[in-house]
Design a protein around this ligand. Structure first.
Ligand code: G1P
Length: 296
């Protein structure tokens, strides 16, 4: 059995241009989905999957992300004084005691592959997860959340896992796309990847199965990234490093069971708020009643 996956890299250095002006002074990762910032949903997903060491790849102007997971002594003292126990718990216990969050800086915006490489000194020789924080993975009502299933699949097979989902063919040029040799992949299952390509022209895409921002990768990917040259968009691409790895090892596509919401764009962000609002005990009933009154 392959060793347990304990480390995760979360790149948060992006500019958030697709959600401007909201993200001008606030990191896009700090925009709330119902009652938590997007990044908290993502970190909770990682922790549920068994991750204990989280590495944020960040930049100047994004300190509020680290602050959110730190102690806020004055607030906690005030809530304690007022006996607001539930609120106190919600700000005090954001991450369990055994989870650490470390931050490294990405000094140049050279692409996702470069951002991941910035975490190499902390990842060392360990396998690691990557979670792209724009994407919320909703596993509501699914017994084993998708990222946890990927960790389990990695540990039993020893093969890196890359979460995928189908998108309409006309959108494939926005994503990394995998080729599973025509294998008819079902939700909840993994299959070997024959090839993958970052943002292919629509008529050259090998399938409509796209990479949606969750990866469980062998440590070797870091070494490959060191030599990965700029690719699509002139950026150092994680997809290119993974494609290179296929020359020496196996990576599998994991077809998610849940649904993703891309909070890096306005429409996906709004959809996430509606769906998560309908799944939240505090807001579900009133939101449902409100939606029913809309003349759609
Ligand atoms: C990145 C990855 C791409 C993936 C996408 C998912 O692209 O490079 O393979 O499909 O995230 O959101 P970006 O959205 O950063 O351009």
């Amino acid at each position: 059995m392959t060793s347990t996956v304990r480390k995760a890299v979360i790149p948060v250095a992006g500019l958030g241009t697709r959600v401007l002006p909201a993200s001008k002074a606030i990191p896009k990762e700090m925009l709330p989905v119902v009652d938590k910032p997007v990044i908290q949903h993502v970190i909770e997903e990682a922790v549920t999957a068994g991750i204990t060491d989280i590495v944020l790849v960040t930049r100047s102007g994004k300190n509020s992300i680290e602050d959110h997971f730190d102690c806020h002594y004055e607030l906690e003292a005030e809530l304690e004084r007022k006996g607001k126990t539930a609120l106190l718990e919600s700000v005090r216990n954001i991450i369990p005691d055994n989870v650490t969050i470390t931050a490294v800086r990405q000094h140049k915006a050279l692409g996702l592959g470069h951002a991941i490489l910035c975490a190499a000194p902390i990842i060392g020789d360990d396998n690691f997860a990557v979670l792209l924080p724009d994407m919320l993975v909703n596993s509501h009502g699914i017994e084993t959340p998708d990222l946890k299933t990927m960790v389990n699949a990695y540990q039993t097979s020893g093969h890196g896992q890359i979460m995928v989902e189908p998108v309409p063919m006309e959108h494939v040029d926005r994503y990394g796309v995998v080729d599973c040799s025509g294998f008819n992949l079902e939700p909840g299952f993994s299959a070997d990847i024959a090839r993958m390509v970052e943002k292919p022209p629509i008529d050259e895409a090998p399938s409509n199965l796209t990479i949606n921002g969750r990866y469980i990768l062998p440590a070797r990917i870091m070494a490959i990234l060191k030599d990965t040259q700029p690719g699509a968009g002139g950026e150092i691409q994680l997809t290119d490093a993974m494609e290179e790895y296929l020359n020496e090892g196996t990576l599998q596509a994991f077809y998610m069971k849940g649904k993703t919401y891309d909070c890096g764009n306005k429409s996906g962000y709004l959809q996430a708020n509606v769906v998560y609002g309908l799944q939240n005990a505090e807001t579900a009933e009133s939101l449902k009643a409100f939606i029913k009154t809309l003349d759609l």
